[in-house]
Design a protein around this ligand. Structure first.
Ligand SMILES: *[C@@H]1O[C@H](CO)[C@@H](O)[C@H](O)[C@H]1NC(C)=O
Ligand SMILES: *[C@@H]1O[C@H](CO)[C@@H](O)[C@H](O)[C@H]1NC(C)=O
Ligand SMILES: *[C@@H]1O[C@H](CO)[C@@H](O)[C@H](O)[C@H]1NC(C)=O
Ligand SMILES: *[C@@H]1O[C@H](CO)[C@@H](O)[C@H](O)[C@H]1NC(C)=O
Ligand SMILES: *[C@@H]1O[C@H](CO)[C@@H](O)[C@H](O)[C@H]1NC(C)=O
Ligand SMILES: *[C@@H]1O[C@H](CO)[C@@H](O)[C@H](O)[C@H]1NC(C)=O
Length: 305
């Protein structure tokens, strides 16, 4: 299953490709969610033009050994050429922005639906999920992605903080939520863990699946974990009396190791069963098979199903 972000993080394509070298004159400025951004934007390019653009490492402290391999930007339907029956997790990050520029994500998704089996659609814009829910519900799981609590979801003019107190509203539209990990285990200013919130239980009580995001091995994780990323995953899946339904990680092997080798998941609980590892590359592997080669900057969803 693939986390396909062609229209998500790649909206603003400067920092993860060589587009600046390939098209030096195509720099533009746009306002996205109220913030001015300079750079190179996917909507200014045709797909053919993007064929000469290759993906590079966006986080410069990480290895650059994949930069010269020549991975190109794929469309969702291109997945069919690298995996036989890809099932896809599509993230639509900026529907409002695209709408302002005459592009319709809803029609795009409907147009690819016959060729690609999309299993999940996530978005931080509840208005977008609401718009497509009538059309796709039942076949596709919709997941509402929370951003920082103080930020506004421009599609419905409410902050993520206020939406958090209305899970009933979200359940009427989506079947799951994705939250930054600090929503579950808040952190003090000096980087120590605070007691967990009750969000996982609240989401499950509301009938929502819950996924945690922002995992990576090379960030300064809270000191309580003693610099051990495995300990951090375990705190979300088998400790504290709750378990999230999946994690979005930039280092999926570590997530897989935590889940497959170290977690003592209680399989009699309905919250989770056989874990499924879902990679950016479109490979679905039922645990314990390890995910295949990941590009250094790829994110991966690990679902516990
Ligand atoms: C969804 O948005 C489209 C325009 O993109 C609009 O025509 C349609 O009426 C909307 N549907 C719902 C259910 O809001
Ligand atoms: C949100 O607020 C802005 C500015 O007040 C307005 O233009 C827009 O129509 C509102 N959107 C919704 C979905 O209410
Ligand atoms: C949840 O949202 C719905 C729809 O906007 C609203 O009618 C309801 O009052 C809200 N509930 C709470 C507890 O805020
Ligand atoms: C994290 O460590 C600090 C310092 O030892 C401690 O006060 C705090 O209770 C710990 N947090 C949790 C959730 O155990
Ligand atoms: C597993 O979960 C079930 C139901 O919540 C509980 O009755 C059982 O004691 C648990 N088993 C272990 C080993 O924790
Ligand atoms: C995806 O996985 C296949 C093996 O299934 C591998 O041959 C290919 O190079 C991988 N592609 C990327 C972009 O990692």
């Amino acid at each position: 299953m693939a986390w396909e972000s062609a229209f998500g993080t790649l909206t603003w394509i400067i920092n993860c490709t060589n587009v600046a070298q390939a098209y030096p004159a195509r720099k533009r400025t746009y306002v996205i969610d109220g913030v001015r951004k300079n750079g190179w934007f996917a909507l200014d390019f045709t797909k053919d033009e993007l064929q000469s653009v290759i993906l590079t490492q966006a986080i410069w402290s990480r290895t650059r050994r994949f930069d010269s391999v020549g991975y190109s930007i794929l469309s969702v339907t291109d997945l069919l050429s690298i995996v036989k029956q890809p099932s896809v997790w599509l993230n639509v990050q900026h529907d409002t922005f695209y709408k302002e520029h005459g592009l319709n994500m809803r029609n795009y998704i409907l147009s690819i639906q016959k060729r690609v089996s999309v299993d999940y659609i996530s978005s931080p814009e509840l208005g977008f999920l609401q718009n497509i829910s009538g059309t796709v519900r039942g076949k596709i799981k919709l997941v509402f992605s929370f951003l920082d609590k103080s930020l506004l979801d421009h599609s419905i003019n409410q902050t993520y903080g206020s939406l958090l107190s209305n899970l009933t509203l979200i359940k009427s539209i989506a079947s799951g939520i994705m939250v930054p990990k600090t929503y579950i285990w808040p952190v003090t200013k000096d980087n120590y863990l605070q007691p967990s919130t009750s969000i996982v239980a609240e989401a499950h009580n509301a009938g929502l699946e819950i996924y945690a995001s922002d995992f990576a091995n090379d960030r300064i994780i809270p000191y309580n974990y003693s610099y051990d990323p495995l300990a951090e995953y375990l705190n979300f899946i088998s400790d504290g009396g709750f378990s999230v339904d999946g994690v979005l990680s930039e280092h999926p092997f570590t997530a897989s190791e935590a889940i497959g080798c170290l977690a003592s998941l209680n399989s009699s609980k309905t919250d989770h069963g056989e874990p499924l590892v879902i990679s950016h590359n479109g490979t679905v592997r039922t645990w314990p098979t390890i995910v295949q080669l990941m590009m250094a900057q790829m994110s991966l969803i690990v679902l516990f199903k």
